[in-house]
Design a protein around this ligand. Sequence first.
Ligand code: PLI
Length: 470
Amino acid sequence: MSNPIYKTMGQQFGRRSWAEPWKIKMVEPIRMISAEERLEACQDAGYNTFLMRSEDVYIDLLTDSGTSAMSDRQWAGIMMGDEAYAGSRNFYNLEAAVRKYYGYKYVIPTHQGRGAEHLISQATITKGDYIPGNMYFTTTRLHQELAGGTFVDVIIDEAHDPTNQHPFKGNVDLDKMKALVDKVGADRIPYVSLAGTVNMAGGQPVSMDNVKALRAFCDKHGLRIYLDATRMYENAFFIQEREEGYKDKSVAEILFEFCSYTDGAWMSAKKDHLVNIGGWLAVNQEDVAERARNLVVVYEGLHTYGGMAGRDMEALAIGIEEGVKDDHVAARVRQVRYLGKLLLDWGIPIMEPIGGHAIFVDARRFYEHIPQDQFPAQTLAAQLYLDSGVRSMERGIVSAGRDPKTGDHYYPALELTRLTIPRRVYTQAHMDVVAESLKALHDERKKTKGLKMVYEPEYLRFFQARFEPL
Ligand code: PLI
């Protein structure tokens, strides 16, 4: 036992770690291509990680959307697909699972989240309306704008400060809500767009207290609340961990109570529900459901499949149950936290508190010398790929797009590079590789130059814009 390694391990005896509640049954090989090949791939992709081929990527942290590993039970469900055009039994399994865990009455399947956003926006918004929300999300706001609405940010100010340690940075500021109602009138507000764990704010949760207070406010003014439930499981986990009175409640119980304060929800099932494709809209009002059902047959597919195959709906129904389990959500959030803590220990600036689905590196502080219109977060995403083949994405000025009225860039307070962790896909060793690459880039940060945009598409520009180094 003279080997120092044993001593180190010995000093750690008594420690208790957590581990994932699954073991690996099937693997998919990945490899890191050479530095020269990575440079070529990056140039071909116009320094935009969305334009890269996934085969050129080593560790893919572009998104947690549709990238989860399904379980053996979900794969078994795939074999149980009932591919009838109408009335597939898998739809009824999906409907029952949504009703059981979320509590909404009418369930309409869609091919993914933005399909549901399209339906709810078209079914409820009229030209000239205002839609308050706890920070914008790209596709959500675009569908609200395409329906003739204007999005108004009503998230608490703390959400825009990456160092503020508020435990519920996703909360709605009721004073901002009141100011909007006073200014435009409740009649011009078709609903409040409330997101559980706010993606663009770094995966920050909304407290139960806040949604209750919002419900009371909305009841007073006759307003509806529709929830973006995409990552509500993680939101429920944070409530369990941080909010008084919830530590002995399960994630499922917390989710159900939270949803009870809302009038309906849209869902990108590609996240919490552990499937590669799918979504739904669910509401409690018959008239809204009827309008959405009329639209679903135009844009998605029949109201009992909404763009999904029967097998997709079965895997989704099973994923609703698996994803909400306490041990699963805890392991998922703790893996994200493991990566975040490594970075914090090494002095790398990230959005705090560490959120539910991703680490958001604060590119503004990482590259202090690169101005926002030279795209520091896009630059960091490109540099990370060049250094280690790790794919991340920009969540800053490029994602924010342009003001449709003035044509100027929106200049968001947050300029972030997102390292999004797929569920049940990567190990702790992968997280170490990512952290070490960021450390190397941070050590060399002063030498890095920004980018210029050389192609800009009209909608959701971050997906297809092209850049060149300055
Ligand atoms: O990608 P969709 O169409 O299934 O879902 C759109 C969508 C809606 N709401 C929220 C909060 C999302 O995060 C979301 C999609 N997010 C993606 C693709 C992401 O990478 O974060």
